[in-house]
Design a protein around this ligand. Sequence first.
Ligand code: NAP
Ligand code: COA
Length: 267
Amino acid sequence: MAPSVFAPNLLAGKSALVTGGGSGIGAGIARLFAQHGAKVALVGRTAQKLEATAAAITASGGVATVHPCDVRDFPALEKAFDDAASANGGLDVLVNSAAGNFLAPAATLSANGFRAVVDIDLCGTFNACRAAFAHLSKRGGSIVSITATQADVPTPLQCHAGAAKAGIAKLTRDLALEWGKLGIRVMAVAPGPIEDTEGMSRLAPGDAADKLKSRVPLGRYGTIDEIAGATLFLVSPAGAYVTGATLLMDGGTSLLGPGPFLEMMGG
Ligand code: NAP
Ligand code: COA
């Protein structure tokens, strides 16, 4: 991992929970938070992935607990938040990174396929925010949800993910308004294509990756560490006057529109 540009221990004494924390962007955020002194709780469906990320954090001197569950299962998620808060001295920060996605034309996507993605991404994010509220409202705190450029850029083969992520962006603003007076800040980060992630291996496999990279105005994919750094900024004292905002981090990709997705559709 590249050296952090931040002062050390920005999250000393804090407790954070990351959904989707067992892999990819969520795991990168959990690792950076732990490096900055937070105790982190990891939520996801696959215990082995959570345990591997927790082991890496512990090996680096951090503190991590694992809470395998599905974000679509509200009672299980509520228990995970209660267990994490008991283990780590309450809760200060929630990051929603759990999501599911695949390329599918709207014309053939099944109703259940559309619903599965909206259930995980949008309803799962609401479930986690709702379960976190009991803890965050005790002493204030912050929430960052990972959305995507598909929320704003019309993108072929992505109507399910776009609808879900657009819903999260709106939920972010509504919760920021409702919970601001309680000292709870609610924000989002919208990444563009990020290197070495499950998301990009599903959305731009093989040649599509090279085409997409060559078109990004900054000339490359982003990194997990860059998304983690932005998330750290938002939840840290440096971000204390930010709420209701979505931070776009896409190397300028969304300035171009849907790009190679149009070609994948044959357009
Ligand atoms: P990833 O590694 O697959 O991360 C998603 C995580 O969510 C996995 O650890 C997965 O673990 C967990 N998850 C999925 N369904 C779940 C459920 N029902 N309940 C609980 N956990 C669940 O993919 P990623 O690419 O890093 O994506 C992370 C986030 O960044 C997502 O929100 C994605 O939409 C967003 N994003 C990614 C990119 C990109 O370029 N990769 C771009 C824009 C936005 P289990 O399967 O074990 O549950
Ligand atoms: N194309 C079209 N439809 C698909 C699909 C694909 N590639 N993959 C799944 N579906 C459909 C299924 O056919 C099913 O619909 P059906 O009952 O009408 O056949 C529906 O989606 C649900 O599938 P299921 O496998 O039961 O869902 P799940 O809840 O177990 O898994 C997914 C959710 C499909 C999103 C799965 O890919 C997943 O768990 N992803 C997590 C990791 C990930 O996507 N990471 C990237 C994050 S950006």
